[in-house]
Design a protein around this ligand. Sequence first.
Ligand SMILES: Cc1cc2nc3c(=O)[nH]c(=O)nc-3n(C[C@H](O)[C@H](O)[C@H](O)COP(=O)(O)O)c2cc1C
Length: 192
Amino acid sequence: MTKLLVFAGSTRQHSFNRRLAHNVAEMASAAGAQVTHLELSTLDIPLYNADLEAQGTPPDVIRLKEIMDAHPAWIICSPEYNGSYTGLLKNTIDWASSPVKGHPVWANDRKPFEGKIVGLLSASNGALGGLRSLSHLNPLMQNAQCWVAPKQFALSRASEAFDDAGLLKSEAHRHSVQAVIDQVLWAAKRLA
Ligand SMILES: Cc1cc2nc3c(=O)[nH]c(=O)nc-3n(C[C@H](O)[C@H](O)[C@H](O)COP(=O)(O)O)c2cc1C
């Protein structure tokens, strides 16, 4: 059973990307993955500041590193802000990639990232579905030594895409999301 971590780069209550992540979690579980759906709002992580870090890495950053490290495959649902990914997502990744000096495990900054298979999705009410955020997130994840799945999906017109229960209404959308999930799980099995 592949352990898959799913999270969205938004903490907004009615976030399209949080809803998309919920769909991914359900569909990946049905496909046989052992899914952890992480809500970034459950982590108490401040804005990155090296002076703050010098006083001690926040406990939830260590928790985040542990969660990431425990999952060989991840799927990230990315909102688009100003043609890129959100500050929340960047801040989360920056903290997770920052080495903890002298720590027996986390002194290695590559540890939670290296060799992970990462699938990228986005959702926006715009016509491009947040696709431009993925074009920035892709090199960021590769720079962190992740293997980014070539199949990606950007959900456009997101305000019309979900039913009242938060599930994707269109079979075509579900098919596109499933294709990313399947490729991530396929690759994770082969790299294991
Ligand atoms: C500062 C800011 C910049 C934005 N820029 C874009 C953009 O470049 N492209 C886009 O499609 N949507 C843009 N949006 C709209 C977001 O896609 C929209 O707020 C979306 O709902 C955010 O994702 P979420 O629903 O998962 O929170 C922007 C929103 C904000 C607050």
